[in-house]
Design a binder for this molecule. Sequence first.
Ligand SMILES: C[S@@+](CC[C@H](N)C(=O)[O-])C[C@H]1O[C@@H](n2cnc3c(N)ncnc32)[C@H](O)[C@@H]1O
Length: 275
Amino acid sequence: MTDDELTALEIKLLMEGVAQVYGYDFREYAEASLNRRLIQWLSGSGFATISLAQSQLLRDRTLFDSLLRGITVNVSEMFRDPTFFKAVRDHVAPHLKTYPFVKIWHAGCATGEEAYSMAILLNEEGLKGRFRIYATDINEEVLRKAQEGIYQLQEMQHYTRNYQLAGGTGSFSDYYTARYDHAIFDASLRENIVFAAHNLAVDADFGEMNLILCRNVMIYFKQPLKERVLGLFDSSLVPGGFLCLGTKESLYQRKISDRYESILPRMQIYRKRYA
Ligand SMILES: C[S@@+](CC[C@H](N)C(=O)[O-])C[C@H]1O[C@@H](n2cnc3c(N)ncnc32)[C@H](O)[C@@H]1O
């Protein structure tokens, strides 16, 4: 066995243990990116091999949390892919407006930028007080950051540009207060957002959603886990509800694809058929 093969085996064994001890199931994550991130974590951990780290990882929750931070990719931004948010504003929001109240699930919300962006968009589209956003992630540390709604001030120029390209109708700076090098987002945006831990690999569905967004999350999953997650979304969406995926993800050749229509070419926004 080569060194690389041995490391891959050690990672597989560790992931079995992690699933049993902590209930975090990474066995269905795409190996190339998972292994790369684990090896990166190992190099800063002080352990020479995965096997040497294993016994402590399975006993020490704090050490495991540092591994979890290393495994999950948490990058996000406000109005990420502005053309996507513009499409939601122009083609999804008009349907949402026809309901008295709408429920939205951001699965894999990371540090919350996407959920705050959606709250801003829906407020501007006249849905203020008529929606609740459930923003979930496997990683509780990023959820704590999301709950705070405090981001780097230096990002605001870029986010302002995204907001404008996404069809923002106000002034982006009205949504935050600058303090030193931070931008503190308006607490009123959070009133309609519930941040909660949810693991797409093992947890159950959420009922009666009108819109589900899961962007840049499933790219890290193997095919069976992608199917599981899409099944969760399908059972959580009302007929006529919308499903939004990331630019590198699609419903092409998925089990649920027959029940959905793509509402815009080249945009991963799907609508669940009524029958
Ligand atoms: C790259 S971020 C995407 C953030 C946001 N959706 C966006 O597109 O900007 C991927 C997120 O998926 C989360 N994630 C990974 N595996 C997950 C799982 N099994 N269940 C829930 N969230 C998961 C990670 O913790 C991370 O925060």
